[in-house]
Design a protein around this ligand. Sequence first.
Ligand SMILES: Nc1ncnc2c1ncn2[C@@H]1O[C@H](COP(=O)(O)OP(=O)(O)OP(=O)(O)O)[C@@H](O)[C@H]1O
Ligand SMILES: [Mg+2]
Length: 266
Amino acid sequence: MLELKNINKTFNKGTPNAKQALHDLSIHFRPGDFVSIIGSNGAGKSTVFNAIGGSFLVDSGHIVLDGQDITFMPEYKRAVHIGRLFQDPLRGTAPNMTIEENMAMVYLRSNKARSIFGISSKERDFFRSKLQELGLGLEDRLKSKVGLLSGGQRQALTLLMATMTTPKVLLLDEHTAALDPATADKVLELTQNIVKAGNITTLMITHNISSALALGNRTVMMNNGSVILDISGDERDRMTVPELLELFKEKSHTTLDDDRILLTND
Ligand SMILES: Nc1ncnc2c1ncn2[C@@H]1O[C@H](COP(=O)(O)OP(=O)(O)OP(=O)(O)O)[C@@H](O)[C@H]1O
Ligand SMILES: [Mg+2]
């Protein structure tokens, strides 16, 4: 489904600030995988997402999405197939545009038949029904400016927009980390529902170790630009948080060094 083959990436190559962020990284994500990704600060987690999304070209290696080699495909073309959410709820939506205008914009990108002049009543109904699924009352606020929404509402809307036409893969980079705990739980619940309904292959970077074990079907640990642990099935079902931390220590010869690490749900 999504395959990364021997990916290398060094930033600031040939300068004293050179930093190899990805080391010969290979991993294969299967259709419908929901993968939690954890690792220390600077492990290369976001860099993997940037490589998949096409924020830069990798130095060597190949990226294959659904049988197509996208290694050299420009970012804007990949964006049609790849949904992305970031930690910052302000990214991903335009604050001065209304909810329906924001939704129409992403709809236009994936639906070439759509008119760029105004929003039809059929489209408005579709947007309304989609918003209803969030259960946040946004379906009655189609003409509200997005800048007026709370962080959680905005992140939920971004999630909806990223999945409105089912992407081949959804990349979530700590997308609930900036929200208060109750709102984070709500957005996580919505994420699970949307991912399940669309059977969307999903990669989620998280600092919450227990949700990394509880959510989805696979947990990947990164350190120093490489995958050091990749567990699923029975092995994962049996794994506890302390065991996972111990494994990290064993494999990386260091403790999980993360200033925002969360070991429990509370
Ligand atoms: N555009 C860039 N230019 C230079 N260095 C970069 C760039 N992006 C990432 N790096 C470096 O690459 C390494 C990996 O960074 P990355 O952002 O992928 O870490 P991360 O695992 O997402 O960490 P965090 O948990 O803190 O978000 C770090 O040393 C970082 O400083
Ligand atoms: Mg990061």
